[in-house]
Design a protein around this ligand. Structure first.
Ligand code: ADP
Ligand code: MG
Length: 395
């Protein structure tokens, strides 16, 4: 065996960076989380060649003081945590002080920033983690970080990158999750110069859901609002007839953080017991808000997993909130995300050609109508077979 030696800090940095920065999507996740933590109300994410050519995140948050700019790129440098006790109640998305160090270690970075209330901005260029000089620069309030040539100095990682389209899709998925987790922030996404997403940032989850997931999916949702032991569960879940063929449309958030949670997934699916077809899965956008001390977010380098103080309490809160939403939906006359439509359809003169059947109300083409209001509006007035994909008899 060769001698045991401590690694050079440069090599140690590259190893640490590998844990945080797996692919372009992880860079975008970290940069956008920083933008949200900085109190931004608008964030723009631009990528070229799936993020391998360029990633740029622009925010209008608090900015960074010029004299602190190089410090922000050091490992374990953060403004979000001070003491051991703070680790027990983390209220920001970031806290490890590693993202900027990790990203800059494996790419070429340019940062331009101006702090709120100051007149002069600053710019800094870093190459493989090595910073140049901080230069004064004109800049709007907020921060713009541009990352180029990701993994240019780590060929082992570079060769594992997928096609640009696949990396771009992973970036888009991250941006969508951020938009769904922070409806108070307007999120814009541009891929190779083309705008693919813009959320209004009006603070309404419903608006973000509409912008991110589209009308078709949103129409199949019913609203969730429930509470458990010192926690609340809000958001949207699929009506049973509108479940999907895969779990791709399940989004879970804990205190504004996107998470993978088998516990929340199990509670969600348990609530649909005997209500949905086998092989169909509910879509959801579920936000769990709990006391900061009831959630440990420091369990994963990419911060995508959390540990709950009481798994039983979380399961029960999610299960009961979803269950109540599904039961309420059965008795509620009109669902929340229904499109506006006239309260009644005017009577048809005798002999007139029957109007075309309105679009199938359920995007999944369910075989039964979901609410009495839909029955009133759709079936009793129109004649013939629905021309839409459900093939339902109208009238
Ligand atoms: P962390 O987010 O865990 O603190 P980062 O390496 O992501 O660590 O960022 C280091 C520090 O740089 C942050 O704590 C924050 O003070 C500052 N920072 C990073 N990005 C921004 C931004 N977009 N706006 C304002 N400050 C930022
Ligand atoms: Mg961060």
């Amino acid at each position: 065996m060769p001698h045991i030696q401590q690694l050079e800090s440069h090599v140690a940095d590259l190893i640490a960076a590998g844990e945080v920065v797996e692919r372009p999507a992880s860079v975008v996740k970290e940069l956008v989380e920083n933008a949200v933590d900085a109190g931004s109300s608008a964030v723009v994410v631009e990528i070229r060649r799936g993020g391998m050519g360029m990633i740029r995140v622009t925010d209008n948050g608090c900015g960074i003081a010029p004299e602190e700019l190089p410090t922000a790129f050091l490992r374990h440098a953060t403004s979000k945590l001070r003491t051991e006790e703070d680790l027990g109640k983390i209220g920001t998305l970031g806290f490890r002080g590693e993202a900027l160090a990790a990203i800059s270690a494996v790419s070429r970075v340019d940062i331009l920033t101006r702090q709120t209330g100051t007149t002069e901005g600053a710019a800094l260029h870093l190459e493989g983690g090595v910073p140049g000089a901080v230069e004064p620069a004109g800049a709007p309030e907020g921060t713009t970080i541009t990352v180029r040539d990701l993994f240019y100095n780590t060929p082992a990682r570079l060769k594992f990158m997928k096609k640009d389209a696949a990396e771009g899709a992973a970036v888009f998925a991250v941006v969508q999750r951020v938009a769904l987790s922070h409806p108070e922030v307007s999120v814009k996404f541009l891929r190779d110069g083309k705008q693919e997403l813009l959320t209004p940032g009006d603070g309404q989850l419903q608006s973000a859901v509409y912008a991110v997931l589209g009308r078709e999916l949103a129409l199949g949702f019913t609203r969730v609002k429930g509470s458990g032991e010192e926690m609340s569960v809000t958001g949207f879940v699929s009506k049973p007839a509108c479940c999907r063929a895969s779990r791709n449309w399940q989004f879970f958030f804990v205190n504004g953080r996107q998470v993978k949670s088998r516990l929340m997934l199990a509670a969600l699916e348990e609530a649909y017991q005997n209500q949905k077809m086998v092989g169909r899965f509910p879509a959801c956008v579920l936000h769990l808000e709990a006391k900061l001390s009831a959630v440990d977010v420091n369990v994963h380098p990419a911060k995508t997993e959390v540990k709950f103080g009481s798994e039983r309490a979380v399961f029960s809160a999610v299960y009961h909130a979803v269950r109540a939403a599904l039961e309420g939906d059965r008795t509620r006359p009109a669902a929340v995300l229904e499109p506006a439509r006239p309260a009644s359809v005017p009577a048809r003169p005798p002999g007139a050609v029957p109007p075309a059947c309105p679009p199938c109300p359920c995007p999944a083409g369910a075989d039964r109508l979901r609410t009495p209001r839909e029955q009133g509006n759709y079936l009793s007035e129109a004649g013939g077979t629905c021309p839409h994909s459900c093939g339902r008899k109208c009238g």
